[in-house]
Design a protein. Structure first.
Length: 731
């Protein structure tokens, strides 16, 4: 039986049991934090003794308002309303009762650590009574060092949520929108697809670099052309900017030059704000653990996160629990982090276990929104801008039944083309560090109508790490570390729950990289510099209704070879591309090959199928079929092209291999004398009955050409029709 994996971070995570409050720890190791959550606010200097305003001396045990350096306890059964604008940093606040923010006046709370206990409630507006647009509420995480003596795993300095957290700012709808015309240099207005509500003068907007990058423009050589813009005025669907655009942000064009797809503009301003006092100092972070009840809407998380890009360096412990070495780049301190957050036990069966709607994340030190061994969440309408590694992440691969819907992730810097991509531990490891908009380690979630743009590598990375069996919750609120509360699934065999309506474009290398089973539907990729879709399928994958647009002008550089769909035919039993529309790339659908016949050709039998699709590219389809051993009568793999249409892409300079609708020559190895199976073509170019087979050959001598071979100008290979179409053909 395969080993069960529940994302072991080094050896840090241990099985959860009961929850026990301790003098020095809010939780023992049961929380998924190896040595518990430190209770950093022990020995409070000020305690609430009654309901009341924070500014009222009568609320406090000391008969004075808490001041800089105080340790504050909100006692169970008391409700304190925060009503100040203060830059005086409190050391910490333990919330065992309720801490609510006044919503009819501006507020600012500056504090090192807020811990919301199971009995506690932190409230900065609610869905029923949000903070109105003319009011600003801020929680500022003070720039103070982490006490690594009491907190060696560096969990404090930030917000730790174990209980109920409600944040709700004024709605901004939409949080991001597509424009209706190409934004060009010098323009001072943007017209959006819909009228906006809640967008205000002074709001910060972001618009991506939409170029299809060429060699010499990617990675360390990239020169950014994204922009941060300020709103000067708003009228319906038209936004006037405070300064003219500095760059062109062109859309995707058809081969005829008509604009088909346009970029988006995201709004990253909110009036409920959680931020670090000093983004260059000790940054805060937000983490939810265990059974919190979290609903956060229309809030901004700014300059947060302490885990940095690059190799992780965690605190190490001796066998007796004493600290051997304090880490310098501790895992798990992200901007917003749901860490083993299983949701409220008593949650209604139709309720999400946590909710993130309409929020903005700006400048995350590593990941922006991290879902880690947490389930049944709703992540919708969020804008994540300027993250590192990845914007929105599922970390372990067991995350299940979360809904990621209509989020905009833009500008995620990473380690680029050669990032390590799997597992934890090791001197060179940086999981999720490539630079992705969305990085999902496992398949068991719903991913719908999201947009990723202007990231170093992946729009959607769904090929993150080697996992097999994982524990998933048996019901809402289940703790997957407890017997009877989880089920085991084989992640290799489990298909994606849903991946539909997603889009990636602009200054990225690959639109979607997938390594799981399932179906990608209604996906739109444009201006990817390498591949629109890269598939390393485990067993079965279908790409249905894929639309790809490349910048045909980039192809004038013969070194550029972007592909619509690149898949490993030799590694899969069944790959299907159907109803695709791929235009403006070097190769529409490409499958690699093994240049050495001694390499194992595949895992079991299977079929690679392209059907009911349209291609206008330099080469339409180039599929390297499998090598078939001489002892095998039937093909190991089959490649089928059915009822698909091909048109040439004009104006592209020929390279070593000539343009073709279907090619078995493109990128093949010279001197390859090992038998390959043909591509079977049905109803070529939509013409019923135009059916034939295409055999791989670069230089088939005329004397060895079987009579059934008839070269066709649009085919890169040799065509066999008629009754002998099944015969074996060799070089």
């Amino acid at each position: 039986m395969r080993r069960s994996v529940v994302a072991i971070l080094g050896a840090a995570l241990v099985a959860a049991s009961g929850v026990v409050l301790a003098q020095e720890h809010a939780h023992p190791p049961a929380s998924g934090i190896a040595h518990g959550i430190p209770r950093i606010c022990t020995g409070p200097t000020v305690t609430s003794i009654a309901d009341g305003a924070w500014s009222s001396a009568a609320t406090w045990s000391t008969a004075r308002v808490p001041a800089a350096g105080d340790k504050v306890l909100i006692r169970p059964g008391t409700r304190v309303t925060y009503d100040l604008v203060s830059d005086a940093p409190l050391a910490c606040i333990d919330v065992e009762g309720a801490l609510t923010f006044r919503t009819n006046a501006n507020t600012r709370l500056t504090v090192g650590t807020i811990t919301v206990f199971e009995t506690g409630r932190l409230e900065v507006g609610t869905p029923e009574a949000p903070v109105p647009a003319d009011v600003t509420a801020e929680i500022v995480i003070a720039d103070q060092p982490v006490d690594t003596t009491r907190d060696p795993e560096q969990l404090t300095v930030g917000i730790i949520g174990l209980g109920t957290v409600r944040m709700h700012g004024a709605m901004k709808t939409p949080t991001f929108s597509r424009v209706t015309a190409e934004p060009l240099t010098g323009q001072t207005t943007l017209r959006l697809e819909q009228a906006v509500s809640g967008w205000a003068v002074g709001d910060t907007l972001v618009i991506p670099d939409t170029r299809q990058l060429k060699r010499g423009e990617r990675g360390s050589e990239y020169v950014r052309q994204w922009e941060e813009l300020q709103v000067a005025s708003v009228a319906g669907d038209t936004v006037t900017l405070g300064a003219p655009l500095a760059f062109n942000h062109r859309g995707a064009r058809s081969a005829a030059g008509e604009v088909e797809f346009l970029p988006h503009v995201g709004n990253v301003s909110r009036n409920v704000i959680v931020r670090s006092a000093n983004g260059a100092g000790t940054r805060g972070h937000v983490i939810f653990v265990r059974h919190p009840d979290v609903d956060i809407r229309y809030a901004l998380f700014k300059d947060l996160g302490r885990t940095r890009m690059g190799v992780l360096n965690n605190t190490e412990f001796n066998a007796d629990g004493t600290v051997r070495r304090v880490g310098t780049n501790q895992i798990g301190r992200y901007s917003i982090h749901f860490h083993h957050a299983f949701g409220p036990r008593e949650g209604a069966p139709d309720r999400y276990q946590f909710t993130l709607i309409g929020n903005a994340v700006d400048d995350a030190s590593k990941w922006g929104v991290t879902i880690h061994n947490s389930h049944y969440g709703l992540i919708r309408d969020n804008v994540v801008y300027n993250s590192r590694g990845a914007a929105i992440v599922t970390e372990d691969g067991n995350e299940s039944f979360n809904v990621f819907e209509h989020n905009f992730a833009m500008r995620s810097e990473g380690s680029g083309e050669f990032a390590p991509r799997s597992g934890y531990g090791g001197a060179t490891n940086d999981p999720g560090g490539e630079g992705a908009a969305f990085w999902f380690r496992g398949p068991n979630n719903i991913v719908r109508n999201n947009v990723g743009a202007n990231v170093d590598v992946f729009g959607f990375g769904i090929a993150a790490g080697a996992i097999e069996e994982v524990r998933v919750p048996a019901f809402k609120g289940a703790d997957t570390t407890r017997d009877g509360e989880y089920k085991v699934i084989d992640a290799v065999d489990t298909p994606l729950l849903e991946f539909t309506g997603n889009e990636a474009y602009g200054a990225l290398q690959t639109g979607v990289a997938i390594g799981w089973n399932g179906t990608l539907t209604h996906v739109r990729i444009w201006h990817a510099s390498r591949d629109a879709v890269t598939a390393f399928p485990a067993d079965r994958i279908t790409v249905d209704r894929l639309t790809v647009r490349g910048d045909a002008g980039v192809l004038s550089d013969s070194s550029e070879a972007p592909t619509g769909v690149w898949f490993s035919n030799y590694a899969a039993k069944s790959v299907t591309v159907r109803n695709a529309d791929v235009q403006g790339v070097r190769v529409g659908v490409s499958s690699p090959f093994f240049p050495n016949a001694s390499v194992e050709p595949g895992r079991g039998d299977g079929v690679a199928t392209v059907e009911n699709s349209f291609f206008r590219n330099y080469v339409g389809v180039a599929v390297a079929t499998a090598y078939t051993p001489s002892t095998t009568a039937a093909p190991i793999k089959k490649a089928v092209i059915r009822n698909s249409r091909f048109e040439p892409l004009p104006g592209i300079r020929p390279t070593l291999y000539p343009p073709a609708a279907i090619s078995m020559n493109y990128g093949m190895s010279f001197g390859d004398s090992t038998r390959r199976d043909p591509i079977v073509v049905y109803d070529f170019n939509g013409k019923a009955g135009d059916t034939f087979r295409v055999f791989y050959s670069l230089e088939l001598p005329a004397a060895q050409t079987p009579p059934c071979h008839a070269p066709r100008p649009e085919i890169g290979g040799f065509v066999c029709v008629g009754d002998d179409a099944t015969q074996e053909t060799r070089r």
